[in-house]
Design a protein around this ligand. Structure first.
Ligand code: MG
Length: 389
């Protein structure tokens, strides 16, 4: 029985799984799935993916049941990216795999946790969540008999690694090359990156309004949201507040998605890359917003930074999160025997191989893998003398 692995023909510049750059360890081709479908399935089955449910996006997990978590953020990014991928005849399976994996390396407590861990690691090579996502899929997941990590394809790993310093790029060989040579990644990777930004801007508006930290009046002063609220009000003058917000956020995603599809279609038509190699050599990314939408997107991003991410309540929680992560790091680095036996052994092995750098990396891996509540609990267990276990 012939099984179609692709529901529709891919564009010549899409990533073809039959011509993949391959896995770090050779494996026989999957029977029923494409190589990228296999990557996606491995990501969904890994422990780091399940932990996303209890990791902060902006609001700490226990602040409310309706706010986005890393998991729901990831699913929103994935759906947005798949829609665009399908419209542009790009590889939807690869797009799905990259987006589902893109935040696997995030620390507990969102950006506050990442900043704190980066500060703790400043003398040991730093901490960057993109690189950590790659570390999760390359090394940290331990579930297969034949290899550490998930042994994903080059294309999925390339998409996960959005940014990278020159120093780190040099250590990553083929995967790091584009950061040194300043070439582009695949269109699917470019798309995953843009969909991430599009998704968090949109859902942070929704979550910020729900939390009462930003207001419709503030948003109406901005280009994109002002226009959308105006349109919703004109079409539905008596809509209850919450529904008006949903309607505006819905159009916000829809308008931006349509803008990316229109803009990218036009760029792809005029650049006409004959294959994915030409995409990589193109002087700039081909998946992007129009200039007008880009300006509105940046305006909104700046507003959210000022009004939401620096809001008193978010800021106070973030500072508390930083103290928690920093205290955990210091205590565990001083005495790695405080870690659970499995992490302790791993860190000892890392220390044997790489000295102090390895020891610190083992501690950072352990902390980065924690969910918000696990980190809070572990902090209690380590510092509250009334807690015996
Ligand atoms: Mg993200």
């Amino acid at each position: 029985m012939a099984v179609s692995k692709h529901p529709r023909p891919l564009a010549p510049y899409a990533q073809d799984p039959e011509r993949s750059g391959g896995r770090r360890r050779h494996e026989p081709a999957p029977t029923w799935r494409s190589e990228f479908q296999r990557d996606r399935d491995r990501i969904i089955h890994c422990s780091a993916f399940r932990r996303l449910e209890y990791k902060t996006q902006v609001f700490v997990n226990h602040e409310g049941d309706l706010f986005r978590t890393r998991l729901t953020h990831t699913l929103e990014v994935c759906q947005i990216a798949r829609t665009i991928a399908r419209a542009l005849d790009l590889n939807e399976d690869l797009t799905e795999a990259i987006t589902l994996a893109h935040d696997l390396g995030h620390t507990p407590f969102g950006h506050a946790g990442q900043d704190a861990l980066n500060t703790c690691m400043r003398n040991y090579g730093g901490f960057e969540h993109n690189l950590q996502s790659l570390r999760v899929v390359d090394e940290l997941e331990q579930r297969y008999a034949g290899f550490d990590g998930l042994n994903l394809t080059f294309e999925t790993r390339e998409g996960i690694l959005k940014h990278c310093s020159a120093n780190n790029a040099r250590e990553l060989g083929e995967l790091g090359r584009r950061f040194l040579e300043r070439t582009q990644p695949s269109l699917e990777a470019q798309l995953a990156n843009l969909a991430d930004e599009l998704a968090y801007n949109s859902h942070d508006v929704d979550d910020g309004l729900r939390a009462g930290m930003i207001s419709v009046e503030q948003l109406e002063e901005l280009g994109l949201m002002g226009r959308l609220f105006g349109q919703v009000r004109a079409a539905h003058p008596h809509l209850p507040h919450r529904r008006m917000v949903y309607e505006a956020v819905r159009h916000m995603i829809g308008d931006q998605v349509a803008d990316v599809i229109r803009t990218a279609s036009a760029s792809l038509e005029s650049a006409a890359p004959p294959d994915d190699a030409a995409v990589r050599q193109h002087p700039e990314p081909l998946i992007r917003f129009s200039e007008a939408m880009q300006a509105e997107h940046i305006e909104l991003k700046r507003f959210l930074f000022r009004a939401l991410y620096r809001h008193h309540r978010v800021y106070r929680m973030a500072e508390k999160a930083k103290r928690t992560v920093t205290a955990l790091f210091q205590a565990l680095l001083d005495d790695i025997a405080l870690m659970p036996p499995q992490q302790h052994l791993r860190t000892e092995a890392l220390q044997e191989a790489h000295g102090e750098l390895g020891r610190a990396r083992g501690v950072a891996d352990y902390i980065a893998g924690m969910t918000d509540r696990y980190a809070i609990d572990e902090h209690e267990r380590l510092f509250n003398p009334r807690r015996l276990t």
